[in-house]
Each structure stands twice: as C-alpha cells, then as structure tokens.
Design a protein around this ligand. Sequence first.
Ligand SMILES: NC(=O)c1ccc[n+]([C@@H]2O[C@H](COP(=O)([O-])OP(=O)(O)OC[C@H]3O[C@@H](n4cnc5c(N)ncnc54)[C@H](OP(=O)(O)O)[C@@H]3O)[C@@H](O)[C@H]2O)c1
Ligand SMILES: *[C@@H]1O[C@H](CO)[C@@H](O)[C@H](O)[C@H]1NC(C)=O
Ligand SMILES: *[C@@H]1O[C@H](CO)[C@@H](O)[C@H](O)[C@H]1NC(C)=O
Ligand SMILES: *[C@@H]1O[C@H](CO)[C@@H](O)[C@H](O)[C@H]1NC(C)=O
Ligand SMILES: [Zn+2]
Ligand SMILES: [Zn+2]
Length: 511
Amino acid sequence: MASPKQAATSTNKVAAGFTLPVPYRLFFLLIEPIATLAGAYFAFFDQRTYLDLTHATSAPTPIPLGTSIALSQLANLYFAFALSEALVLRATSDLRVWKTVLFCLLVADFGHLYTVSPLGGQIYGSVLEWNAIDWGNIGFVYWGASMRIAFLAVPEKFTGFQVHAPNPKPEFHKNEFQPKPFGDYDVDVKIEACGVCGSDYHTVSGGWGEQKFPLAVGHEIVGTALRVGPKVTLIKPGQRVGVGAQSYSCLDCRQCKNENETYCTQQLDTYGSVWPDTGIVSQGGYSSHVRTHEHWVFPIPDALPSTIAAPMLCAGLTAYSPLVRNGCGPGKKVGIVGLGGIGHLGVLFAKALGAEVWAISRTHAKEADAKKMGADGFLATADKDWNVPHKMTFDIIVNTANSFEGFDLDAYLSLLDVHAKWVSVGLPEDEGIKIRNQTFLANGCFIGSSHLGSRKETLAMLQLAADKGIKTWVEEVPINETNLGDIMRRMQKTDVKYRFCLTNFGDQFGA
Ligand SMILES: NC(=O)c1ccc[n+]([C@@H]2O[C@H](COP(=O)([O-])OP(=O)(O)OC[C@H]3O[C@@H](n4cnc5c(N)ncnc54)[C@H](OP(=O)(O)O)[C@@H]3O)[C@@H](O)[C@H]2O)c1
Ligand SMILES: *[C@@H]1O[C@H](CO)[C@@H](O)[C@H](O)[C@H]1NC(C)=O
Ligand SMILES: *[C@@H]1O[C@H](CO)[C@@H](O)[C@H](O)[C@H]1NC(C)=O
Ligand SMILES: *[C@@H]1O[C@H](CO)[C@@H](O)[C@H](O)[C@H]1NC(C)=O
Ligand SMILES: [Zn+2]
Ligand SMILES: [Zn+2]
C-alpha cells in the first residue's frame, strides 16, 4: 500500500489544475496588459503626448475634434484588446494557443521595427515612442488567436444524459455537469459514439448497490481530441481517439510499472469515481465530452469505424486481455461463456488470435450468429448432458455471464483440461454461487478473474482488429432520453445483438 503522502502526490499529477508556464504568465499577465492599458491611457487622457510619441508632427494645437475622436476610438480598441486578452486567458490553457499569440506578436514587432526605421536609428532607443506606433497591431494578433481558440473550443461545462436515482427502468435527463479541472496530462475528447456496456445497466439499475447520482454512465467512448494539456505526448489534437472503462491509476506502483495498471490499488473508473482532491464525480460517455489522462486515451486506427471501435474499449479489452494473458493462440481450445457484448468480441478475438473457439450459450438461439462470427463449435447449456462429450478438453474458458440464474459452475468447469483456467469477467448483480472444494478436484483447474487490460494491450487489440478486419456486431441507436430508456429495458432482458452503440451526438450536443 502506498503511504497517504505518496498517494496524495501521485494523484495530484492528474487532479491538479493547469497553470501556464512562468515566462508566458509574465508576458501575458504582466507586460502585455501594462503596455495595452498604457496605450489606452495616452490615447484617451493625454492625446498630445500620444501624438508626440507617434511623431504626428502635423497635428496642430488644440487637437482637432476629428483627431480627438479617432484617438478616443483607438483607446476603446486598446480596452477591447485588454479584454480579449483576459478572455483568451480564461478560455484556454492550451499552450499551443499561447505559442501562436507569441509568434504573431513577434512577427508584428519585427515588422514594426522595420517600418519605423525611416525615423532614424535613435528611435529604437525610445521604447515608448516606437511602441506607441506598434500598439495598433495587438488587436490583430488577438483576433488571430481567438480564431484558433474558436476552432479548439471546449465548453467550461460538459452536458450529458444523467440518471438521477437507481431504477431497474432508469430515466435519463439531459444536464450540464462540471468536469474535473483540466490537468497537464489531460485530453478533452468531443464524443462521437459510445457503446452500452452491461456495467452501465448494473450501475443505473441499482443492482450493484449504492452509486453516486446524478450520473452519466458509458465507458466505450470514441471521439475527437479537442485539446491536450501541455505535458501530453501520446495524443495530438484533432486525432480520433477512444476512452474505455478506466481513467486513472498511479502509474508509479509495482503493478503500474508492470503493465498491470488496471489492477492498481488507486485505479479510478471512467464514471462514478470521485476525482481526488476535488469531490467531483467522474461522468461517462453518454455525454458531450470526456476529460481523461492521456494514458487512458487511445488513438483509433483509421481502418476501424467509430461504432465498431467503441465497444472494443471495454467489452473488447475485457475479453482480449484474459485471452492473451492465458495463452490463447494456435493449438488451444478456447471457450467463451455468454454471447453478449463481451462474449461475441471474445469469439472474434480468440479466432483472430488463432485458437479453436467454442461459444457456450444458454440456448441455440445464437448458434447461427456464432458460426458467422467464426466460432468452430457451439454448446447450448439447455441441452441435456451438453458438457459430457467435451469433458477435460478446453485450455481456457472466459466466462462473461452477467447472472447466476441456473448457473451450474461444476458443469462448466468439467470442460477444462488438467490445471486449465476458468476466467470469470462477468459481474452479476445476484449474491453469487457456492463453490465446494470438490469442484476443482477432477481436473485440478484454476478459477480466477480479469479486469479490463493495460494500455499496451488496448493498442495491440485495436491494431489486431484493424489488421484482421474484426467487426463488432453493433446496433446503432441515436442518443436521446427515450432511446436510452428503451435500450436499458432491453439490456435488462439481455435482448441485444450484440452491442448497442450510441450515435448522433451532434444532434444533442451540437456539431
Ligand atoms: N471484468 C471486467 O473488467 C468487466 C468489464 C466490463 C463488463 N464486465 C461485466 O461482464 C458482464 C457481461 O457484460 P456484457 O456487456 O457482455 O453483458 P451482456 O451483453 O448483457 O451479455 C451477457 C451475456 O451473459 C449471458 N448470460 C446472462 N445470464 C446468464 C445466466 N444466468 N447463465 C449463463 N449465461 C448468462 C448471456 O449470453 P447467452 O444468451 O449466450 O447465454 C448474455 O448475452 C457484466 O456483468 C459486466 O458488468 C466486466
Ligand atoms: C502482471 O503481473 C504479473 C504478476 O506480477 C506478471 O507476471 C505479469 O508479467 C504482469 N504483466 C502482464 C502484462 O501480465
Ligand atoms: C475446503 O477445504 C478447506 C481446507 O482443507 C477446509 O477448511 C474447508 O472447510 C473446505 N470446505 C468445504 C466446503 O468443504
Ligand atoms: C429519440 O430518437 C428517436 C429516433 O431514434 C425518436 O423516435 C424519438 O422521438 C426521440 N426522442 C426524443 C425525446 O427526442
Ligand atoms: Zn464495460
Ligand atoms: Zn499504480
């Protein structure tokens, strides 16, 4: 266990708000406002000095009304620049914007230094004088920068479809919510598609017990990276990216350093977790945007359409990780229990990894589909003695069942070869089942579990899917209150072939 102090330091890495580096702050918070407001002061209150400074030798005394009005307007412009500067600063902490502003200012300054050269070399010794002539450029610089910011725009609050209280027939409400503070390693993603995981239903139905409401669920997210924190190196703005079910681990402990970050004791979920030091509850992908540490943001290969890729980020990974960690490959006989979202991706990935794959479902209803997915065999547990011909022949079984109703563990385990493994990833709402010591006796099998997977596994899985043309079987549904309610009622009955994927986010949250 990490000491509380260590824990606090490492969580700060993610939770802390963003601060502009010191040189930028000096320039944009101190030097720039002073110069701009000084321009406004002279142009408004001391027009004679202003004209002298700008070498307007032809201006008579008293200053003609037209010139005075023009100067007052100029003063207004200076105020507008100062205001736009403040707004830019408030709107973005994206260093790229600040670099743009700085670059434009430097170009303007050098151009200006050149244009005042006819006034003679001594002009460069009088900062106020040549600066007075320069001030007019500042507005254009900020105007250019604001254009760039408009392109990168990320709202201060996000919007999502939240559930207000647990209910087996949940209702969704479109609300604004406050994301966690933007951290140095964070990526803001504008969401385009989101898969509907069995866990989303367990969470909002109340089946998993107490949750932090109001809550937007969803953790199979694909979208576009809008802006990235100053220390982000893994993701570029504009890139199509995915976010899965995990959004934080310490990246520092024994597990994190060993590609086992999904088992970090400080791991946080994409929705329903409390961001350290903020009290803000993380919100999922039934939303306009998601803000995530770059370690849990994954570039999506071009070959994978967004609705095909989205369900892979939780369901796909949950199947893929235990398969590769337990040696799924050529010469292995692999079973997948439960042909739902995770199960059907389990069949697709186990096949792509080269194993002999058997789908193990409750009835024959999904047999034809399983064969189309590439399953070499199909077992229906409703058949009498369904397990008998296959006793002690399987090397790995991944169990994705999300209920224990009528679940005969002994029958499933009898399929395993000596010391072979049963890996349960399903997380049923019910009490659980009784396991007897004798259960493991006949074949000395191991039973265990698996949680999501590592960043490395996620990237490898997406690449495998792209290379082999793996296609999630999705039912696309435009996101809105009524459709979400309908989907949840069908999730309750596991009536889905084989994953819902929410689309048309632009209709609800703007393009
Ligand atoms: N470990 C992790 O990291 C992780 C990650 C994500 C989700 N999960 C959990 O994994 C489970 C499955 O998620 P999912 O999204 O794939 O759900 P899903 O799409 O609803 O699929 C679940 C499948 O389980 C089978 N099933 C249901 N009740 C059963 C029973 N009584 N006996 C045997 N099989 C049964 C059904 O397949 P057939 O019709 O073919 O029998 C059903 O299609 C959920 O509990 C979810 O919370 C775990
Ligand atoms: C995870 O931890 C186990 C146990 O320490 C180790 O054997 C394994 O190599 C680690 N990483 C992965 C990717 O399995
Ligand atoms: C299983 O074995 C352990 C260790 O021998 C023993 O303590 C336990 O009572 C056994 N449980 C059952 C249900 O037989
Ligand atoms: C949600 O979208 C469906 C079409 O997919 C439409 O029939 C329904 O009226 C919409 N509901 C709301 C509240 O917009
Ligand atoms: Zn999930
Ligand atoms: Zn860790």
